[in-house]
Design a protein around this ligand. Structure first.
Ligand SMILES: [Zn+2]
Length: 387
């Protein structure tokens, strides 16, 4: 129901025409950098339509409201983020602001969000860096916003590496150690070591492009991990974790999870709660915005993605079972935030229980790491070789 009403509001936002007596006033604007793209958010009391065009004599863009004015109380000078190095009102044109760019840029997405959580109607514009040719092409003519088909992935630009992109996501990091092993070692160390081992093997095969959501000991928000995969249009997302049961040193074995609103069993549900806790520091406004977007996307894309995620998780479970101990019913589902990309096949691998001393010794060893990496790469190969 929640989803349906969101989609409805979204469509309503697209259809409504600013026909009130007063001109529309955009009184809030924010600029931020989100996992590789620059996000500009305009806010007003009704849906915003605008036009964006390239500047003639300098590297920049003009953003013009089609029916309204900027009445920003905040100063725009000094605002800069990502590909946008500066932002100021256009001289003598209250309906236009000018964006100075570091580099060429193109619009990745531009969509409206309905009022929610005390915020008004928003027009969200995501910019990506682009080479000069792509920049010229993107703004050969003024672009009307929101984009008519905002949710379509961008066409592959010429010259782009056609190999599949695998995003590996070593869990936890920085202030968040994750689970703690029998001898006091951290999950975050293990997930990074295994992530790197898998990445090395995938790269060595020459078949894939590989991206790690973190390649050092830093904290990355769960939603930023998802966003990175989405912005880079990953073909597969694999989150890597390990678990620990302080009161039960006997349990061991790997398991593989896909996302489902309803968990497959109570253990899986409890695990998802533990893993989702990593995001206690998440920026809730940003999260809400992403939630809104995802809710819309989910309906459009997720049926196929679910099927593919299930297929990959099945292949991974089979491949692991040939090499390392698995839990009983090793293929499970629960509501993991980090598996939230509606358009990218995703799975979460729990390497095993580091509270079990035997398993800890295996997982933290080079031999164990190699077995795991071999199993994951074999599953990825099968996944992309298959129908
Ligand atoms: Zn974890």
């Amino acid at each position: 129901m929640r989803l349906i009403s969101k989609v409805f509001l979204f469509l309503l936002g697209l259809l409504s025409i600013p026909a009130w007596g007063q001109p529309l006033r955009v009184d809030r604007l924010s600029l931020s950098l989100n996992a590789g793209f620059t996000r500009l958010v305009l806010e007003a009391d009704r849906p915003i339509t605008a036009e964006i065009s390239s500047q003639i004599n300098s590297l920049g863009l003009n953003l013009r409201l089609l029916d309204g004015q900027f009445t920003l109380s905040q100063s725009l000078t000094g605002e800069a983020s990502g590909v946008v190095t500066g932002l100021r009102p256009a001289l003598g044109q209250p309906d236009t602001i000018s964006l100075q760019l570091l580099d060429g840029a193109m619009i990745d997405r531009a969509f409206q969000l309905p009022p929610q959580g005390g915020r008004g109607h928003r027009l969200v514009i995501d910019l990506l860096p682009a080479d000069p040719a792509a920049f010229l092409e993107a703004f050969a003519a003024p672009v009307k916003l929101p984009l008519a088909a905002p949710l379509q992935p961008a066409a592959t630009p010429p010259g782009r590496d056609p190999r599949r992109l695998i995003v590996l996501d070593p869990g936890h990091g920085g202030h968040d150690p994750g689970a703690i092993s029998a001898s006091g070692r951290y999950e975050k160390e293990l997930t990074l070591a295994v992530g790197r081992a898998i990445a090395a093997r995938l790269r060595a095969s020459g078949r894939y492009r590989v991206l790690l959501t973190r390649d050092k000991d830093v904290a990355v928000k769960l939603l930023d991990r998802v966003k990175l995969a989405r912005n880079r249009e990953a073909d597969l997302f694999l989150s890597i974790h390990a678990d620990s049961l302080a009161a039960d040193r006997a349990t061991r074995g790997a398991s593989v999870y896909t996302r489902a609103e309803d968990a497959s069993d109570r253990d899986a549900e409890a695990l998802a709660l533990r893993e989702n806790k990593a995001d206690q520091l998440a920026d809730t406004a940003q999260e809400q915005e992403l939630d809104d977007v995802l809710a819309i996307l989910v309906d459009l894309a997720s049926r196929d993605t679910k099927r593919l995620s299930g297929r990959f998780a099945g292949l991974l479970t089979a491949s692991l079972s040939e090499r390392i101990p698995l839990r009983r019913n090793a293929l499970r589902a629960a509501n993991f935030k980090v598996l939230g990309a509606p358009d990218i096949p995703s799975a979460l691998l729990e390497l095993g229980y580091i509270s079990n001393p035997t398993e800890e010794a295996l997982l933290f060893s080079e031999a164990g790491r190699n077995q795991l990496a071999e199993a994951v790469v074999a599953a990825i190969d099968r996944f992309f070789d298959g129908p």
